[in-house]
Design a protein around this ligand. Structure first.
Ligand code: IPD
Ligand code: CA
Ligand code: CA
Length: 261
């Protein structure tokens, strides 16, 4: 199943690269406030689903652009283009993200960055890899010296005050905070040690499912804002190596309002 996920992610990644030069001519739909999808998002998603369905016609699918496709206890969670706003601006940071769940548990993860030809893969219990080499989270234990990734709450202002409180608490001591624009790649970067930690409010399951398994298989910790496991449903996520996760949790927790738990 990992092989099929890799084949699908590479195929979609190639399609993104081929389309990157012609973004000016793409039809772009606005799905919501600050939320866009182009025909490339939809083509890449169709490509991924065709490859998965050809191999596993009975499996279910949850995909960002086309929603739920019914099936058995296997569910493929697909973000065909994570970082659409970057892609549409020619800002070179985006990826394909594919995860497979069985009875609700993450089993397989692939995140593919076509620009750098970086393929992040994980299998439950089998470790995490970058281009077939084993990756691990960092050992960084203090915020001082740490590089932390985040995503801004750009679709609604509902949690902006809570977010800014978290941001203030973390930016004061961290070596740096990065908002690169692809949650999937941010999580992959935590898994391979380029970032020490990450947090975001209000992600969707397809943004983070693959990245979560990568981080866990790379020795990291992922929770929601209540230190629980409900991050795929709530979208509120804290990730890092075990020590940095704890540091981030302690700084984030005082700013967590009731509707963020
Ligand atoms: C978005 C990106 C972004 C994150 C948002 C996501 P999209 O995904 O991952 O970094 O901050 O929460 O929605 O819309 O580009 O697939
Ligand atoms: Ca996404
Ligand atoms: Ca997307």
């Amino acid at each position: 199943m990992l092989n099929i996920a890799v084949r699908a992610a590479r195929s979609a990644g190639d399609l993104l690269l081929r389309s990157a030069d012609s973004v000016g001519n793409l039809r772009i739909d606005q799905k919501g406030k600050n939320d866009y999808a182009s025909e490339v998002d939809r083509m890449a998603e169709r490509d991924i689903i065709n490859i998965i369905r050809a191999a596993y016609p009975d499996h279910a699918i949850l995909a960002e652009e086309s929603g739920q496709h019914q099936g058995n206890d296997f569910v493929w969670v697909i973000d065909p283009l994570d970082g659409t706003t970057n892609f549409l601006h020619g800002f070179p940071q985006y990826a394909v993200s594919i995860a497979l769940k069985y009875k609700g548990r993450l089993e397989v993860a692939v995140i593919y960055d076509p620009l750098r030809d970086e393929l992040f893969t994980a299998k439950r219990g089998g470790g995490a890899m970058l281009n077939s080499r084993r990756i691990r989270v960092t050992n960084q234990s203090t915020l001082k010296g740490a590089l932390i990734g985040t995503g801004f709450p750009f679709k609604t202002a509902t949690h902006l005050d809570a977010y800014l409180g978290m941001f203030r608490a973390i930016t004061t001591d961290a070596a740096g905070i990065r908002r690169a624009g692809s949650a999937a790649l941010d999580l992959a970067y935590v898994a391979c040690g380029r970032l020490d930690g990450f947090w975001e409010i209000g992600t969707m399951e397809w943004d983070v499912a693959a990245g979560v398994l990568l981080i866990k298989e790379a020795g990291g910790v992922v929770t929601d804002f209540a230190f629980g496991e409900n991050y795929l449903a709530s979208g509120n996520i804290i990730a890092g190596n075990p020590k940095m996760h704890h540091v981030l949790y302690r700084l984030i927790e005082p700013h967590v309002t009731d509707n963020l738990k």
